[in-house]
Design a protein around this ligand. Structure first.
Ligand SMILES: [Zn+2]
Length: 252
């Protein structure tokens, strides 16, 4: 087991920069996951679509609670939801701005503080759900990113979508809010991750396990394994600019 503070050679690794920052810091304790169903049209999110999506939300949270248990971490996620309409032309990429008027708060921290106090829980991550196809994503807080952003996930779901995939996507995006990072781009990172990370919900493919480094990033551990150490050691060349550029290419 490696304590990162003992190893200056990996301390500034870009992949560590989402740990313990932003509105959602640690995926630990009592967490209430808020799903906001966004309706462009009155036909969006019929009751049966909401039920189907919400079943995926519950399965995703159960999966994360099971994974936490493997690390000896106490995690109890409850789910709640609300719905609101947005303009038919609004862009999912607007993320937080789509709901800030609804919540009457200027920041994600503000919304979360409000609900955390009211409900007496540790964290309230928020996922915006659109009843359409699209590539799900999360704006996550990251001290080394080039721009400052409001932490929020956007998940797409429509009638032909596979529930198994959506369950994985919801868990994956939720982990991002707590500091997890993708291990599948650019290709150099993909290769190094293949060597050291093993099965992971943050890699490509269909694995749904929370790997050692992700567990560290989301606050489930205070140390890392030898494999995570070597992943960090071999990726010291990554920085915010390179990561943003790789992300842009990955998304186009
Ligand atoms: Zn991701």
């Amino acid at each position: 087991m490696y304590k990162i503070s003992d190893y200056p050679q990996i301390q500034n690794n870009f992949f560590l920069s989402g740990r313990n920052v932003g509105a959602s810091k640690k995926l630990v304790g009592n967490v209430n996951l808020l799903t906001v169903f966004l309706k462009r049209f009155s036909t969006d999110w019929s009751d049966s679509m909401k039920d189907r999506y919400y079943a995926c939300v519950r399965e995703a949270t159960e999966l994360l609670m099971c994974e936490a248990k493997k690390y000896g971490v106490s995690l109890n996620i409850k789910c709640f939801h609300l719905e609101t309409s947005v303009s038919p032309t609004s862009s999912p990429m607007d993320g937080f701005n789509l709901v800030k008027d609804y919540f009457r708060e200027k920041t994600m921290e503000g919304i979360q503080k409000h609900y955390e106090n009211r409900m007496g829980v540790d964290e309230i991550p928020i996922i915006l759900a659109f009843n359409e196809t699209g590539r799900s994503f999360t704006y996550k807080k990251n001290e080394k990113e080039l721009y400052d952003t409001q932490e929020i996930s956007v998940v797409f779901f429509e009638k032909n979508e596979s529930s198994v995939l959506v369950k994985r996507t919801i868990a994956h995006e939720l982990l991002h809010q707590f500091g997890a990072i993708d291990f599948y781009f650019p290709s150099e990172i993909k290769e190094i991750a293949k060597k050291y990370i093993g099965d992971s919900i943050m890699r490509e493919g269909s694995a749904v396990t929370v790997d050692d480094l992700t567990a560290y990033l989301i606050g489930w551990k205070d140390t890392i394994s030898a494999n995570s150490y070597w992943f960090l050691k071999e990726t010291m060349w990554m920085n915010a600019t390179r990561f943003q550029n790789a992300k842009r290419i990955e998304w186009n």
